[in-house]
Design a protein around this ligand. Structure first.
Ligand SMILES: C[S@@+](CC[C@H](N)C(=O)[O-])C[C@H]1O[C@@H](n2cnc3c(N)ncnc32)[C@H](O)[C@@H]1O
Length: 395
């Protein structure tokens, strides 16, 4: 596990660090080694068995899932992966509980420092039920759980938990997605000089900050419905010297004027929202974009563009990781979703962007000149050699 570096980092004992490292290593083993083993078992036993019975290969992810479900390897993989997911959050609780007061003090101190950006929270804000009613990906209390005044523990849980969860793939600042994508966009579209950038569902602002790094002249805004994450995001940005404006706002009803942003971005956001919400969010993105502006969503790749096994593999979370909106989102056709919101189909775009942290700048920048290869065991998979998928459109 890579240790976080900023001033909100939790103080951990040697045993707590050892536990976190163990959980990170366990996840890396499951998602790299065991995932390869499961694929080999599928190719050698499960797929031939399906063919013998049906006289054809599985046609889609659900057929692969049904065929592999009774397999012992799949059961062991799934059981270990669920356990490791639970252990991610469990490994953060002890240092988080011990540091709660200190964390609030540090955040208060950081916010008294020279104000770079801003934080706007709203009294009586209504968090949508699809956030307030579930513990998504088994994260206790979800993003919005608040248990005391000025609580920011949910933000700290996410930050430290993500570091364990991603076993180094997201980089020290957990911003590999942001750096890979914002940097790629700067490289690919040198004519784009955004004055205002918006990040939807920004959580703790870890990927929002990359847009400020890549486009330092731009005014960067991040919105989310979860107050504890936004408090933490603001303090984190202050600690890192980034000027970002955080607002408590529902992406389905943005409180920004029409045509006010040059870029509207999101990462790992839409798959946690039900279909009706997604449609409203894309329509809002269209409304607040200036003509000629760019909407871009980093996401899991769509099932319609993947082989049956890859579709099954990525949908595992929907079945076993408390991600009820994940598969319905991945079943959508991104071109139609954008078109429904008003974007012209000819203005649709999608990319598969190599992780800049994993591949280095040479391979990453070369990808800007190639068409995307969506169907691969690296696209969207948290595994060594990850590639980030994103889709969007020009207005
Ligand atoms: C998986 S997290 C996003 C992570 C982050 N963007 C990243 O790059 O890793 C989803 C976030 O979306 C927020 N969210 C969910 N529904 C929302 C809505 N309708 N409007 C704004 N934020 C929302 C949640 O509170 C949560 O912080």
């Amino acid at each position: 596990m890579l240790e976080l570096k900023h001033e909100l980092k939790l103080d951990k004992s040697r045993d707590e660090k050892a536990r976190m490292n163990f959980v990170s290593g366990l996840r890396a083993h499951v998602l790299n080694d065991m995932a390869s083993g499961m694929r080999a078992v599928y190719d050698a036993e499960v797929e031939p068995g399906f063919r013998r019975a049906a006289g054809r290969a599985p046609a889609n992810g659900p057929e692969v899932h049904k065929a592999i479900k009774p397999n012992e390897y799949f059961k062991f993989y799934s059981s270990l992966r669920v356990t490791a997911q639970d252990m991610v959050w469990q490994s953060v609780f002890p240092p988080l509980e011990r540091n709660r007061t200190q964390l609030k003090d540090r955040a208060a101190k950081l916010s008294r420092r020279k104000k770079l950006g801003s934080l706007t929270l709203k009294e009586g804000f209504e968090v949508p039920r699809y956030v307030s009613a579930i513990d998504v990906h088994l994260m206790a209390g979800n993003y919005d759980g608040e248990y005391e005044a000025e609580d920011l523990a949910a933000g700290a849980l996410y930050d430290n938990g993500l570091a364990v969860f991603s076993f180094g793939l997201m980089g020290q600042n957990l911003d590999d997605i942001g750096q890979s994508i914002a940097g790629f966009i700067r490289l690919k579209f040198p004519q784009l000089k955004p004055a205002k950038i918006l990040d939807l569902g920004c959580t703790i602002g870890h990927n929002t900050g990359s847009w400020k790094d890549q486009f330092p002249q731009a005014e960067v805004h991040g919105i989310d419905v979860a107050a504890p994450c936004l408090r933490y995001a603001h303090a984190r940005a202050q600690a890192q010297g980034r000027a970002i404006h955080f607002h408590q706002m529902n992406a389905e009803q943005l409180e920004f004027p029409d045509a006010s942003f040059d870029v509207v971005f999101s990462s790992m956001f839409l798959h946690e929202v039900p279909k009706k919400g997604i449609e409203k969010i894309i329509a809002e993105a269209y409304r607040v974009l200036k003509p000629g502006g760019l909407m871009l969503h980093m996401e899991l790749p769509p099932n319609g563009q993947l082989s049956p096994y890859e579709a099954f593999y990525l949908d595992w979370d929907s079945a076993y990781n408390n991600e009820p909106f994940y598969k319905p989102f991945r079943d959508l056709d991104p071109v139609s979703v954008c078109a429904k919101a008003g974007f012209k189909s000819k203005n649709f775009l999608q990319f598969v962007i190599p992780s800049v942290g994993w591949y280095g700048e040479k391979v990453w920048s070369e990808a800007a000149t190639r068409p995307p290869e969506v169907d691969s065991d690296k696209t969207g998979r948290l595994t060594d050699g990850i590639m980030w998928y994103c889709f969007g459109a020009w207005k």
